[in-house]
Design a protein around this ligand. Sequence first.
Ligand code: ATP
Length: 486
Amino acid sequence: MSKNNDELFKNVISHAKEYGFVFQSSEIYDGLSAVYDYGQNGAELKNNIKTYWWKAMVQLHENIVGIDSAIFMHPRIWKASGHVDGFNDPMIDNKDSKKRYRADQLLEDRINKYERDRKTDKAVKLQLEMDKALKAEDLGRLRDLIIEHEIACPVSGTRNWTDVRQFNLMFSTQFGAMSEDSEEVYLRPETAQGIFVNFLNVQKTGRMKIPFGIAQIGKAFRNEVIARQFIMRMREFEQMEMQFFVRPGTEMEWYNYWKEARLKWHLALGTSAEKYRYHDHAKLAHYANAAVDIEFEFPFGFKEVEGIHSRTDFDLSQHQQFSGKKMQYFDPEINQNYIPYVIETSIGLDRMFLLTLMNAYEEQDLSEGDTQDSRVVLKLHPCLAPVKAAILPLTKKDGLPEKAREIMDRLKLDHPIVYEEKDSIGKRYRRQDAIGTPFCITVDHQSLEDNTITIRHRDSMKQERVAINQLDRIIGDLVSWKNLLK
Ligand code: ATP
């Protein structure tokens, strides 16, 4: 990470804490590694991202429905899905610092460094070699690449590495009160399996016809070998996944459809297209016949935010075999029974949250002449902003708070609004800028006379005088989901 990027990232992390977006979990006990809590503004922002996804996927598609399956599932599900035997990361330890790393990530960081240093040939070559080694599950070759490219441990600075070993990422716990008859269960490492095992329940009760999708948002848990980069890689995180069931043979058509549709969803937020790229997988997971990542350019390089995978009929076939229950669909159009093929879209909610925060964060110098001034503003899309408007009486007297409360009562049923009367109006504007509130509504003495207020716009800082009875419409228009979902 360059110094500027490093500093920017640190500033965003402190901002997230200072303004109630993200806190380290169990902070008063010195924290729990790679686990985070969302604060008062973070929870709102996260909910708004979920709503954006749910509306785009479920509400706007007649053939997609949403479910909410349990985190605990029968342990055989993870045997069937391949996670018990195959959900591993290649890890390597530095013998001096005793720190553990993911071998592929050490190499990826080196590739990013080559790209930054404009050593494109080296970057491409190493990427190809790494992909080949991962595909062949050649752990020895991964280690050789780390040695050949002189990758040192960031902590000890030495190249004294152990062998590369596989490490299973699932958390397990005991199910049942008595230790003798308790059973080992796993905390789900992905939400997808909850969809697969309910495939027929939903298809039958919803009378769904192929092609159709099942979506869900929920927690997933992975005992990540190395957890770092804030909420980028967590041990407890949230996924927004959709499995789209299609007729075999049509999967590539749908794969391409979802690949495009999902990038559009990201870009609708107004993010520059240059910040995104596709990364086609060279090493396909055991279940996939095509896979692509949507990557975003974070300060620490391009990283995956969302995956689109063509999962074939792998999962449903496995569940049919392991459960002994038929997982087939009768297709009336071709008069045939078959196990559907599946296209999955899987986005990490926390990564999307980080991306949104990074993208919105701006430090602005507003100095004019001799007057020094600056602000930090979160230029969040109004639909995502935690607070839609702040009602600010100019002073605490003369009936202004009462008038302001009247406006607040009128708007709060439709929107999350805050009321603030402490500190100067300038300070109050800055606090709202820092959490991304699109509107500040100032109530002054004129408001008492002619029922008008000033609206101050977050990004332009321009103010305009409008009638109070226009407020519902103005705010309603700006925060309407219609602006995002067309
Ligand atoms: P990575 O290669 O970064 O470990 P992955 O390929 O294992 O990710 P998937 O299994 O495809 O990820 O999961 C789908 C999405 O879930 C990812 O695109 C990412 O946004 C999110 N995700 C996966 N692991 C984590 C994690 N540990 N913390 C936060 N989000 C995660």
